[in-house]
Design a binder for this molecule. Sequence first.
Ligand code: C2E
Ligand code: MG
Ligand code: MG
Length: 629
Amino acid sequence: MGDQTSTPASQLPASEENSAADFSQEINPTDGLHAMRIVIVNENSNSALFIEALLHRNGFRNTTITATGQALFSVLKKSTQQPAQVDLILISSTLPDIEWQQASREISTSKAWQEIPVILIATDPEWFEANAKQAFNCGITDVIYTPLRPAHFSPRIYSALLLKKERTIKKINARELETELAERKVIDARLQYLVNHDDLTGLYSRRRLVKALENALSQGRRRGQPVALLHIDLDQFKVINDLEGHQAGDQLLVNIANMLRKFINKDKVIARISADEYTILIQNSTQVRTLEFAEMIRHAMKMFSFEIEDRVYSIGMSIGIALVSADDDISASEVLARADQACFIAKKHGRNMIHLYDEQDQEVNLQRDEAQWTPKIRNALTHNRFCLMFQPVINLKSNQIEHYEALIRMRDEHNELISPGIFIPVAERVGMIHEIDNWVITQAIGALQQLPEDKSHVSLNINLSSHAFHDPGLLQRIKDSLHQSGVDARRITFEITETAAIANYEQTRAMIIKLRELGCGFALDDFGVGFNSFSYLKQFPVDYLKIDGSFITNLVNDPIDQTLVKSMVEISKTLGKKTVAEFVESEEVLEMIKSYGIDHAQGYYIGKPGSEFEGVESVSFCPLAPNNA
Ligand code: C2E
Ligand code: MG
Ligand code: MG
């Protein structure tokens, strides 16, 4: 006898998941039971039909009849492809092809079918009570003896189907829990990774680095080995990020990470600790070896370039090094701070510099004592302890002084002159820079006003801080000063460093446009520092480019500087801007820049900053002819 299916497959109930979803919304626990599928396995078709009739009469209409154990398994196998197609099996105890014990064991131990309750219909006249125990041991859920009594039959079916429902819900819950746990594990691992790694470059994060550093320090102490930490800061990263967009900025950071990775071996750990700062931790490294290593990095960086379309950027970096000897009892954060301070000094010394932290570093102490400088600046502002010095700038065609640059100094309580390189960055950090900018503007315009009539051709360059554009009142105050003094705006040229200008491109551009509308000129100071793309210049309405002194001092001996300076001059000419060379310290340099077609020159060879301005002195100028000009 074949597989007699009394209900077409298309009318079978929904899948396991759907059934579970339905269950969860049910209020009455017996709801949905009638739709569940019951398979009757009986070799006797009359008995099978009788059981089916009983079921139908009780509302269980989703029934299937099979005559053999084999047919039952083929139904079950189909149902593994479409789960939960069988909800209850009524198996006869006298199947011709398979022992019911074997069938039941197989079902109850199979992962796919173990929730399906199996009721044994004991048709065997030889059936004894003892067999019941054996039945349960084989995984049978219930035993119903023939002849079947309708009044007893349907409650057993209900309870078997309820059992199935419960088992299904349990299984689904267990599966969900398993998935949730697995997902949580993945999330945990991801979090762990994120905390320990920088997402962009895959290098270690600051947190992970600190751990590695702590380990290295304690291991170094145990083994008597020194530890070195390199702090690498990219020059001009922000510029590229602003000019070329964040995607390009990200790509640059990844490329540099990959370049640095090549230098890492088992004794070294590399991390990216902030946007454009990397650190390399080296275990058991002497000062000589660390410096050699830093030198290698610097060289690699010099060779490195970053290309976007037809634009090629060369990137500078400053490297600060902290060396910790085995007997130095110092925390990881202190080592990080030392390397950072050393890097700060390296940066101040120019492009691509390396600086080794030294406890005696004057600059380190200065930075550390920022708190000490803040009241000094405040005091100097209140008691007018600032003064201006003037450095001549000559026109290289006429060899005449055409204008001067006003350079600020601060007088300390001992009347010593403090250079702006020390107090301007502090004033910028602590928010006193606008007052200084204002002071300089007022005094410089006042200085021009004091010049006699026959000097009315003399003009002045005034440095503006990198924060000037933040000051909403600046423009009006300049207007007022010019108006009150009667000084012609064309006698003033403002200077702002190229780095500051590009870092705040739009705001600076807007400020320059407004100041030029007044009639003032504009110069980009320290032009060319660590930066080789001039594409932005076309949109930048400046009159002068002041080529940074670091390209000029060694010009006579350095062919790279010569090439760079020549190309800067060429670009300026194409864009119709005038050039100024800073730091002209010798006649040879002067001759060389003349031959390049540079328009103006400034530097110690021409004249040091002095307190006199075209023979006129004033209290705001620096009366004590200083030797630190
Ligand atoms: P800067 O505007 O590029 O000024 C040129 C600096 O180079 C001046 O240093 C000047 O004394 C120095 N210098 C001039 N010729 C030579 C030379 O031949 N060789 C060498 N080695 N140095 C030379 P200073 O006065 O210490 O100013 C440093 C920087 O401080 C200035 O660089 C400028 O960025 C800033 N600064 C100066 N005065 C002011 C100011 O009034 N306001 C603001 N916001 N910043 C100022
Ligand atoms: Mg300047
Ligand atoms: Mg300069």
